[in-house]
Ligand binder design. Structure first.
Ligand code: FRU
Length: 485
């Protein structure tokens, strides 16, 4: 276990912000150094949103997992990031892994997985509680579950607290001894005493009983009378229009019975169809389900060239989720509208309406509402000099293709998914320096991804259709950056 010095790290963060490098994003949370991954401990407490995240402050490798922390009232002004928790004892010597946050008796508590490995690499995962102190550090408290249950391997992590029937429960991501991914449930019997209820039986509508070899980062949400189980299955085979990332993040919508420990649900749906999205966490505040995801992917570090500059990965912007007919729609949190500095013009070729262009600044939001008319194919291109990222929509096949092969650096390739459009097409795009978030058809689908333009060139957005579109309403805003206080 390496000695981690909070004072030094916090001071180094303060020196590193505002960011210098042109690949650093302006309205996506990231660190000036080290590697971040999953959002953790999301909660609203004392008038502020708290966002923790996995962070190795010592380098761009998946080691020394600690928790970083920021808080914000409005998702635009943030406290200076600080180290909140790091490996200190025999339980979490190999990492303070992911977990959740919840408010209890006016304190902000966290629940995380302590990762400890022996000399043969065998894990002893313990689930432990903690409390945020006023000095910004987390006091590590009681261990609720000391190790993995019988029948499950050491891949046993990421507790997420939820409430039902006036009681507190948590779900945990796990792997059975025969290497099947699943979710386990615990119930709080009395203050601080947790009882193992068993595995939540998901009645698969998919191919077979086994749906991946491990489920990471589960969550259980309630939308009205419906339950939504979030999870990140690892080991799904890529299909024609789905599961195209190395690991997936998605959900089952349906109904959970904690008496029979069963969930009746529809098919597994992905939460995002981009390249760089994993381990999202969702928390509820005043009726809003707010999601923040990790912009990155485990085991694909080579796709992210910022490692050479000393930092890796970002978090997504906060999104608000709604459930309609068993499907989740995502919208950027309305607070982000405060980033809009000014509206800039779009050049719409009115005679034929086949091409639209807009010069984007250092940060941009674009909202396009298109009445398709005769158009069958649309290309939304983000052009960086000789490089480009393309979103191609084919109305006949109802397919969206995101193509990064026109970029030189970083991850490349294509992602393809079904997207339904009849007469109208809506495209809502956020373009940060390297982080891009797209919302299609009013949040029906989203795609989160990075591009790393080789040259220092601001992008131009170009929309081209094969035949004239009937009408296009377009708005473009220049966006301000997050501020740290
Ligand atoms: C998901 C994950 C979690 C784990 C954490 C460690 O990205 O593997 O399952 O708790 O990252 O950083």
């Amino acid at each position: 276990m390496i000695e981690i010095n909070k004072k030094e790290i916090d001071a180094k963060v303060r020196e590193g912000i505002p960011f210098q490098h042109r690949w650093h994003n302006r309205f996506h949370l990231e660190m000036p150094f080290g590697l971040i991954n999953d959002p953790n401990g999301l909660a609203f407490h004392n008038g502020e949103y708290h966002i923790f995240y996995q962070w190795n402050p010592l380098g761009c490798v998946h080691k020394n997992k600690s928790w970083g922390h920021v808080h914000t009232r409005d998702f635009v002004n943030y406290s200076m990031p600080e180290l909140a928790m790091w490996p200190t004892d025999e339980h979490d010597k190999d990492g303070c892994y992911s977990g959740c946050g919840f408010v209890d008796n006016d304190t902000l508590r966290v629940f995380y997985t302590c990762n400890a490995k022996d000399e043969n690499g065998v894990r002893t995962p313990a689930q432990r509680l903690g409390t945020l102190r006023s000095d910004g550090t987390i006091r590590k408290e009681e261990i609720a579950v000391p190790t993995n249950e019988k029948g499950y391997t050491g891949h046993f992590r990421d507790p997420y607290v939820f409430y039902r029937r006036g009681k507190r429960y948590f779900v945990l991501g796990a792997q059975t001894e025969d290497e099947r991914g699943c979710v386990l449930v615990y119930e709080e019997e009395s203050e601080g005493k947790w009882r193992f209820l068993g595995e939540l039986k998901t009645k698969m509508t998919e191919v077979d009983e086994k749906f991946g070899y491990m489920w990471e980062c589960p969550g259980l949400l309630k939308f009205g009378t419906h339950d939504v189980l979030l999870c990140c299955p690892q080991g799904l085979e890529a299909r024609e229009y789905k599961y195209q990332n190395l690991y997936q993040s998605g959900y089952f919508a349906g109904h959970v019975s904690l008496d029979s420990m069963e969930m009746y649900h529809g098919r597994f749906q992905e939460l995002d169809k981009g390249f760089d999205f994993y381990a999202p966490q969702v928390f509820n505040h005043e009726g809003r389900h707010i999601l923040i995801g990790w912009m990155g992917m485990p085991d694909r570090d080579a796709d992210y060239p910022t490692g050479e500059q000393g930092w890796m990965y970002s978090l997504t912007m906060p999104r608000v989720l709604t459930l309609r007919q068993g499907h989740i729609y995502s919208h950027p949190a309305k607070e982000l509208r405060a980033l809009r500095i000014q509206e800039t013009a779009m050049d719409i070729d009115a005679s034929e309406t086949k091409q639209i262009t807009a010069e984007l600044g250092e940060g941009a939001e674009v909202l396009l509402d298109i009445t398709l008319g005769a158009a069958q194919e649309l290309d939304f291109e983000l052009i960086y000099g000789l490089e480009k990222l393309v979103f191609h929509y084919d109305r006949r096949t109802q397919l969206m293709t995101i193509d990064r092969d026109g970029m030189k650096l970083g991850g490349r390739g294509k992602r393809q998914f079904k997207l339904y459009a009849e007469e109208n097409f809506s495209f809502h795009l956020f373009v940060d320096r390297t982080a891009i978030e797209a919302f299609f058809q009013h949040g029906d689908e989203t795609a989160t991804l990075f591009v790393f333009p080789e040259k220092n060139i601001l992008p131009e957005l170009r929309l081209i259709s094969d035949k004239p579109m009937e009408s296009v309403t377009g708005r473009v805003w220049e966006l301000d950056s997050f501020r740290f206080f």
